[in-house]
Design a protein around this ligand. Structure first.
Ligand SMILES: Cc1cc2nc3c(=O)[nH]c(=O)nc-3n(C[C@H](O)[C@H](O)[C@H](O)COP(=O)(O)OP(=O)(O)OC[C@H]3O[C@@H](n4cnc5c(N)ncnc54)[C@H](O)[C@@H]3O)c2cc1C
Length: 312
């Protein structure tokens, strides 16, 4: 059986930062990322990143290129396209998808981030399968003069609606209640925009396609159950995110929204499990800065733990 002192699961900014610090502290570690490449959510940021101290990046990919350059320079130990086949959190053993041998770890750092919430309605999976997942920032020009629907009532929904409408799309914002979480900065311009209409107390219950792309949606009023159809050419689902905790969910305490609870050293209630980044940070505070600092804290704390073990 192979062994490692620290197994970092997830190669977004949090996991990458933990790997950099583990390397710097001379620890025995491995970072595994299930996707084709490192970067996590960074790869989906198509606008400028202006709030990470030190540099303004044109896109998340630019930021990620720098991170990858950095970890290659330091010769960090990582493996992409490496999903977990199964994990035994009691015995601290993991079986990786493409590796025949088992891996024993002393400590697990969960850095698995969040995924966007889906509607989970008929027609959605087919839409995703056709690649009809759009970014309002990157793809807005293709919807000029077309009708699109944006689902959600938070910042991302409202900001997206504004980008699309300012670019000439006719936008229908569909929201399940009358309460919008979006901040005032977005709310007023959306509600007053001539190209945006807002449909409250309503959900999308089905997506229909014409064989090659989205054609129309069925809308259901959650108050009176009335139905209507709406012809659209693009759907932007912006109903928030959920933490990726499936593989540890039963073992660690989490809050009511599923975010892993940690102490100031990034420890969970389980003695061998730490968590860092968006998986343990509520969206209001989630950011690259928080994720990278938590990576550092976990690695430094583990360095102390492991040095105590070596002294014993
Ligand atoms: C559109 C958008 C714009 C943003 N703009 C900004 C901004 O301007 N400034 C800012 O500070 N923040 C911004 N953010 C937020 C920022 O990207 C996140 O806070 C940050 O990426 C969190 O890093 P993370 O490593 O915790 O998680 P993630 O970036 O989500 O990375 C988690 C990684 O774990 C991997 N993973 C999940 N499960 C497993 C598993 N079982 N096995 C192996 N790997 C797994 C995933 O594939 C992913 O690569 C933005 C986010 C988005 C979506």
């Amino acid at each position: 059986m192979k062994t490692t002192d620290i197994l970092i699961v997830g190669g977004g900014p949090a996991g990458i930062s933990a790997a950099i610090w583990c390397q710097r502290l001379g620890l025995d570690y491995l970072l595994i990322e299930k996707a084709e490449q490192l970067g996590g959510q960074l790869m989906g940021i198509h606008n400028q990143i202006v709030d990470y101290p030190g540099q303004i990046y044109a896109t998340g990919k630019d930021f990620n290129d720098q991170l990858i350059h950095h970890i290659h320079h330091l010769k960090c130990n990582y493996s992409v396209r490496t999903p977990i086949k199964w994990i035994d959190l009691d015995k601290q053993i993991v079986k990786l998808q493409w590796d025949e041998t088992l891996l024993h770890y002393c400590y697990l750092i969960v850095a698995s981030g969040t995924s966007v919430r889906k509607l989970n309605i008929p027609g959605e999976q087919e839409m995703i399968g056709r690649g009809e997942i759009y970014s309002a920032t990157k793809d807005r020009h293709r919807f000029k003069g077309k009708k699109v629907v944006v689902v959600g009532g938070g910042d991302r929904a409202f900001e997206g609606a504004l980008l699309l409408a300012d670019c000439g799309a006719d936008v229908v914002v569909v929201h399940r209640s009358k309460q919008f979480r979006a901040r005032e900065e977005f709310r007023k311009p959306v509600l007053e925009h001539t190209r945006i209409s807002v449909v409250e107390d309503t959900i999308i219950s089905r997506i229909h396609d014409n064989g090659s792309q989205v054609d129309y949606v069925e809308l259901e009023n959650v108050k009176d159950g009335s139905m209507q159809t709406l012809a659209v050419e693009g759907i932007f689902v912006r109903i928030g995110v959920q933490p990726n905790t499936k593989f540890v969910k039963e073992y660690v305490c989490h809050d009511e929204d599923g975010y892993i609870q940690v102490d100031t050293c990034q420890r969970t209630n389980h003695p061998s499990i730490y968590a860092i980044g968006d998986v343990c940070t509520h969206p209001i505070f989630s950011s690259i800065s928080v994720a990278t600092s938590q990576g550092m804290i976990a690695a430094k704390h583990l360095s102390l733990q492991l040095s105590c073990r070596n002294v014993d």
